[in-house]
Design a protein around this ligand. Sequence first.
Ligand code: HEC
Length: 100
Amino acid sequence: MKTYAVLIALVLPLFTVPAHASPELAAKSKCMMCHDVDKKKMGPSFKEISAKYKGDKTAAATLNDSILKGAKGKWGKIPMAPQKVAPADAQKLSEWILSL
Ligand code: HEC
């Protein structure tokens, strides 16, 4: 029984999502190789993206689509390849970017 409790204590943190999950998710998903929150790198900064889509009610869906299917010609000459993230994670990342 004691071993069981220890096992649960070890496994549980893997399933709980901390409130600051999105910056970590972005780092873990390698988004930060080409993006930064407030600096332009290979891709536009996340704050720039958020500003561009301000007031656009379909923005979350648009960004979600870009993350999952890739984007080109929206920001410049360099395209973004489709990202290997789960659709639920793409949704979280889109909402986080738009909240910046
Ligand atoms: C290899 C570099 C690279 C990586 C890795 C990358 N991006 Fe991008 N991203 C870009 C570039 C370049 C653009 C601009 C594309 C364009 O002009 O349409 C872009 C554009 C975007 C946009 C704007 C799309 C739009 O519709 O306006 C979002 C949102 C975005 N990236 C999110 C992410 C997220 C989230 C990740 C991680 C899962 C990620 N990117 C990983 C290079 C990258």
